[in-house]
Design a protein around this ligand. Structure first.
Ligand code: A2P
Length: 338
C-alpha cells in the first residue's frame, strides 16, 4: 500500500506545502524523493523530523517512484513528466502544461474525483483561483444550474512563488526602514518579479495578455471550469488582480443560474458543501478573510446576496489558501484518490 513519492520543485512555495500535506494527512509514504534544480541539490528539508537531501532533477530521477507530484513550472513538467510516466510513476502536475489535454483528467476531488481513474499516467491539478471558486460554485451549479459568472480575483503573491513572497517582504521592509510618509509610497521600490511595485499597490495583470485583452490566467476559469464541471457551455468573464497579500486568494463572484435561487437556499447548499466553511454574518462583520483562511485546508464563502443586476443571480465572496486547496492539498488529495 505505501508509496514511493517524489516531489519535483520541493524547495518552492508549493513544494514545501506538498511535503507538509503528505505528513499532516498521514499519506502512506514508503520513500520520499525531493527534487529541485542544481541550486538546491545537497540541501536538506525535513519530513517527519528526518532530514531528506534534495536531489538534482534528471530524466533518471524517477526509477522506482510510484507517484510524482510536480510543481516546478510548465516547462519542467513538459520536459520531465514523460520521463516519470515512462519509469512507471503516476504524475500529479500542478502546472498548466497538461490541463486542457483531452487525455489528462483535470481534477478537484470534491467536484470530479471520479475522473482521476481515467488517467493515462498524468493527472492535472487546476488553476488555483479556479479550484477555489469551484469549491463554492460547483455545489450551487449542481443545485441551480450555473450558466455564467463574472468574477474578480484578489490573488496573493505566494501564487507566483517564493521569489514573489520575498519581493513583497523586501519592498515592505524598505518602505518601513526609510520611514516614508504614506503619500511617498511611490512606484520606486525595486521590483524584479512583477512589472511594478506590489507593496501598497494592486496589479490588474496576472500572467500574459491574449489578443482579446484578457490574460491567460483570466481564461482558465472558463476553460478549466468547463472541463472540471463537465459543463461545456459554462461562461466566465474574469479580471485577475494581484494584491499585496502573502497567502490566500479571494474571489468576488457574480453567478447567473438557470433556476431561481434564494439566499436561504444557497446558504443551505453551501453549508453542506465538502471542504467549504460558510462564514456569512454581515451584521457582525463576519466574512472570510485571507488572513484567517491562510494555512487552512478548507475554503470559506460569505457575503452571499441576490445579485441585483441579473435574473436568478447570486453574488458571493470565496477565499482559499491557494498553496493548499489551489495547489499542494488538491494534489495530495488526488494522490489519495489513487
Ligand atoms: P530551486 O529552489 O532549486 O530553484 P517557486 O514556484 O516557489 O519559485 O519554486 C519553483 C520550484 O521549481 C523550486 O523548487 C525550484 O527549485 C524548482 N525548479 C526551478 N527550475 C528547476 C529546474 N531547472 N530543475 C528542477 N527544479 C527546478
Amino acid at each position: 500500500m505505501s508509496k514511493h513519492v517524489a516531489i519535483v520543485g520541493a524547495t518552492g512555495a508549493v513544494g514545501v506545502e506538498m511535503i507538509q500535506c503528505l505528513e499532516r494527512r498521514g499519506f502512506p509514504v514508503r520513500e520520499l524523493t525531493l527534487l529541485a534544480s542544481a541550486r538546491s541539490a545537497g540541501k536538506k528539508l525535513k519530513y517527519k523530523g528526518a532530514d531528506i537531501t534534495i536531489k538534482y532533477l534528471t530524466p533518471e530521477s524517477f526509477a522506482g517512484v510510484d507517484i510524482a507530484l510536480f510543481s516546478a513550472g510548465g516547462g519542467i513538467s513538459k520536459e520531465y513528466a514523460p520521463h516519470a510516466v515512462n519509469a512507471g510513476a503516476i504524475v500529479v502536475d500542478n502546472s498548466s502544461a497538461f490541463r486542457i489535454d483531452p487525455d489528462v483528467p483535470l481534477v478537484v476531488p470534491e467536484v470530479n474525483g471520479a475522473d482521476a481513474k481515467n488517467h493515462k499516467g498524468i493527472i492535472a491539478n487546476p488553476n488555483c483561483s479556479t479550484a477555489i471558486t469551484l469549491m463554492a460554485l460547483y455545489p450551487l451549479h449542481k443545485a441551480f444550474g450555473c450558466s455564467r459568472v463574472f468574477a474578480s480575483t484578489y490573488q496573493a503573491v505566494s501564487g507566483t512563488g517564493a521569489q514573489a513572497i520575498e519581493e513583497l517582504a523586501a519592498q515592505s521592509r524598505q518602505w518601513a526602514a526609510e520611514d516614508r510618509a504614506w503619500d511617498a509610497a511611490a512606484l520606486d521600490l525595486e521590483s524584479k518579479v512583477y512589472p511594478y511595485q506590489i507593496a501598497f499597490n494592486v496589479l490588474p495583470q496576472v500572467d500574459s495578455f491574449l489578443d482579446t485583452g484578457y490574460t491567460k490566467e483570466e481564461m482558465k476559469m472558463e476553460n478549466e471550469g468547463r472541463k472540471i464541471m463537465h459543463h461545456p457551455t459554462f461562461r466566465a468573464s474574469v479580471t485577475c488582480v494581484r494584491v499585496p497579500v502573502f497567502r490566500a486568494h479571494s474571489i468576488a463572484v457574480s453567478a447567473e443560474f438557470d433556476k431561481p435561487i434564494s439566499v436561504a437556499a444557497a446558504r443551505e447548499v453551501l453549508a453542506a458543501a465538502p471542504g467549504l466553511d460558510l462564514i456569512d454574518d454581515p451584521a457582525s462583520s463576519k466574512y472570510p478573510l485571507p488572513l484567517h483562511v491562510a494555512g487552512r485546508d478548507n475554503c470559506a464563502v460569505g457575503r452571499i446576496r441576490k445579485d441585483c443586476a441579473m435574473e436568478n443571480g447570486l453574488s458571493f465572496w470565496v477565499v482559499g489558501d491557494q498553496l493548499l486547496k489551489g495547489a499542494a492539498l488538491n494534489a495530495v488529495q488526488i494522490a489519495e484518490l489513487l
